[in-house]
Design a binder for this molecule. Structure first.
Ligand code: ZN
Length: 265
């Protein structure tokens, strides 16, 4: 299935796979959603989502998409579990410390949804692997902690015209938006240059990244099914210290190196 970017969310190509009786029982409560139905559930089953990092942020996106009945997840995350992962990375376990993060994440997701197809990539996204991974996906979720990874995903996604759900957390603040190639701004439009102050280690409360993930997973479902309009041309910023929410308008940069060449659609 391909998701063609559109301001309203969605148009799909192809014929999504049918549901079996177990799937109808499993997803019955969301099939009942107004504007969803079995056709949207089939779209989720036929979709592939690439998630860059399955730590505190991307891991919970993966969990909620697995629970929602997504067909295939491509998960990219390097390294082994550390004690400092466990305040927020809910796909990792204490007895897995010292062992592969991506294997722990895959095992936990299969426990939740044995029908889920998982492609586990024990690497972080880079300029070398971004194109091959992005082109396999219908939607990309960017939950990487480093600008180099985010830029690699953005460039590849704009080139392959794949929508990106961009989510980030810091302290008690969350940022969330969706980039639709040729329609909205992309990451390079918003951040032409990497931050000079960003550090790999940053303050984060476990429950806060999980909160962001639920919104990001919903954004993916909206993009795939058209259930409701995604955050098009808007960057959601929520400050959970003050419980204030605001949305900023985003604009394309005509000279953007990643999306400036795309015709407006
Ligand atoms: Zn751009």
């Amino acid at each position: 299935m391909n998701v063609a970017s559109a301001a309203a969310g969605i148009s799909t190509e192809g014929n999504p796979p049918p549901l079996d009786d177990v799937e109808r029982r499993t997803y019955g409560w969301q099939i009942d959603l107004d504007g969803f139905g079995e056709s949207s559930q089939r779209q989720l089953k036929g979709a592939t989502v690439l998630i860059s990092r399955v730590g505190g942020l991307g891991g919970a996106v993966a969990q909620y998409l697995a629970a929602a009945g997504i067909g295939r997840l491509i998960l990219a995350h390097a390294g082994n579990i550390r004690p400092s992962d466990l305040n927020r990375q809910t796909l990792m376990t204490h007895d897995g410390i010292g062992h592969s993060r991506i294997q722990s994440a895959s095992r936990r997701l299969r426990d939740l949804n044995p029908r889920l197809e998982i492609t586990a990539v024990p690497e972080n996204i880079s300029a070398e692997n971004a194109d091959s991974l992005v082109t396999q996906a219908d939607v990309v979720v960017d939950a990487a902690p480093l600008f180099t990874e985010r830029y690699a995903i953005n460039r590849a996604a704009m080139a392959a015209r794949r929508p990106v759900v961009e989510c980030a957390v810091y302290d008690l603040e969350l940022h969330l938006t969706s980039f639709q190639p040729g329609v909205t701004a992309c990451l390079r439009c918003l951040y032409p240059e990497p931050s000079t102050t960003w550090q790999r280690r940053f303050p984060i409360l476990g429950g806060r990244s999980g909160f962001t993930d639920k919104l990001a997973a919903l954004e993916v479902v909206k993009l795939i099914t058209g259930l409701a309009a995604p955050l098009t041309h808007e960057l959601l910023i929520a400050n959970l210290r003050t419980m204030t929410w605001r949305k900023l308008r985003t604009r394309r940069l005509p000279q953007c190196p990643d999306c400036g060449h795309l015709p407006h659609s």
